[in-house]
Design a protein around this ligand. Structure first.
Ligand SMILES: Nc1ncnc2c1ncn2[C@@H]1O[C@H](COP(=O)(O)OP(=O)(O)OP(=O)(O)O)[C@@H](O)[C@H]1O
Length: 271
C-alpha cells in the first residue's frame, strides 16, 4: 500500500494504468428496459471517480456489472492489471444501506468477509481491529448494530469493505440516508482513507456537491437509455477540507457540474 503525501494534485495521485475498463457495455433487462447503452469507461489506478446522473440512468447497473453481480447484454469488462480469477479479492462494495447482521457484534460484522474466506477469528483479529481503527470505531468492537447511530453503522460497513484491503472500492450512494453533518464527516473520513491507502474509488451519487468535494473525476450520465454524456476533471488539490467546501473554486466546479447534469437531464427527457 502506498501512503499519499499531502497537497496532491490529480497528476500525483492517478496512474496511467487502468484498473478496470468497460468496453461498449449495454444492458437490456428481460422486461425490455435498456439500462445502459454502449457505455465505455476506463478507470485509472488511484482515481476517485463519481458516477453522477438522474434516477434510472444506470449508475447502479454499471456498478453491478463491474462486480459481476449481473452480466452485460453486450460488451465486456476488462481488468488490465489483474488475473481475472483474482479480481473478486481486489474489490469491495459498500451499499446505501449498511446491511449489518443484527445478531453479530461490530467485530463479527467486520470479520465476515475474512470468515467467508476461512480466516479464523484469532487470525483475523489484527486486521479487523485495524479496519475499525481506520473508521474510528475500535472502541465499539463488542457493540451490536442496534446500539449504533446511522453514521456509525455506515462506518462499520466501510470497515467491512476495508478489511480485505481492496484495490478498488465501489460505493453505491453510501451516505444518501444520512444527515448532512454526518455525511460531511464521512466524506472527510473517506477522503482521508483514500489518500492513506491509495485506493481507486467508484462512487455513485445524486449529489453535485458531494461528487465535486470528493472526486478528481466526475462521469455524468443520462437516462433512457443510460449512457455517459460528460467526463469532467475536478483538478483541485487534496487534502480537501472545509476551506475547499466554502471556496470559490469549489463553487465554480459545482456550477459546471450542475450545468452538465442539467443538460444530461434535458437530453434524457427528450428521448
Ligand atoms: N432487475 C431489473 N429489471 C428490470 N429493470 C431494471 C432492473 N434493475 C434496474 N432496472 C431499470 O434499469 C434502469 C437503470 O437502473 P439503475 O438502478 O441502474 O439506475 P440508477 O441510475 O442507479 O438509479 P437510482 O439513482 O434511482 O438508483 C432503470 O430504468 C431501472 O428501472
Amino acid at each position: 500500500m502506498t501512503a499519499m503525501v499531502n497537497t496532491n494534485m490529480q497528476s500525483d495521485i492517478v496512474s496511467s494504468s487502468s484498473v478496470v475498463s468497460l468496453k461498449g457495455i449495454s444492458k437490456t433487462f428481460s422486461n425490455g428496459t435498456v439500462a445502459l447503452n454502449n457505455m465505455s469507461l476506463d478507470i485509472r489506478q488511484g482515481e476517485f471517480v463519481s458516477l453522477l446522473g438522474p434516477s434510472g440512468c444506470g449508475k447502479s447497473t454499471a456498478l453491478r456489472i463491474i462486480t459481476s453481480l449481473t452480466g452485460p447484454t453486450t460488451g465486456r469488462v476488462e481488468w488490465p492489471l489483474e488475473e481475472s480469477k483474482q479480481k473478486e479479492h481486489e474489490l469491495s462494495f459498500v451499499f446505501q444501506e449498511p446491511t449489518l447482521m443484527p445478531w453479530a457484534t461490530v467485530f463479527g460484522n467486520v470479520w465476515l468477509p475474512l470468515r467467508l474466506k476461512g480466516v479464523s477469528k484469532k487470525a483475523a483479529y489484527d486486521r479487523v481491529m485495524e479496519a475499525l481503527q481506520g473508521v474510528g470505531l475500535e472502541q465499539f468492537a463488542d457493540s451490536y448494530p442496534r446500539e449504533l447511530s446511522g453514521g456509525m453503522k455506515m462506518r462499520v460497513s466501510i470497515a467491512r469493505a476495508l478489511v480485505t484491503k481492496p484495490k478498488l472500492l465501489l460505493m453505491d450512494e453510501p451516505f444518501a440516508a444520512l444527515d448532512e453533518i454526518t455525511r460531511f464527516k464521512l466524506n472527510n473520513d473517506l477522503l482521508r482513507l483514500w489518500e492513506t491507502f491509495g485506493w481507486t474509488v467508484i462512487f455513485v451519487t445524486h449529489s453535485v456537491f458531494e461528487s465535486v468535494y470528493l472526486s478528481n473525476r466526475i462521469v455524468v450520465m443520462a437516462a433512457r437509455p443510460g449512457r455517459v454524456v460528460n467526463d469532467m476533471a475536478i483538478d483541485a488539490p487534496y487534502p480537501r477540507d472545509e476551506a475547499f467546501r466554502t471556496s470559490s473554486v469549489y463553487a465554480g466546479f459545482c456550477r459546471d457540474v450542475s450545468d452538465a447534469l442539467h443538460k444530461a437531464m434535458i437530453v434524457g427527457d427528450h428521448l
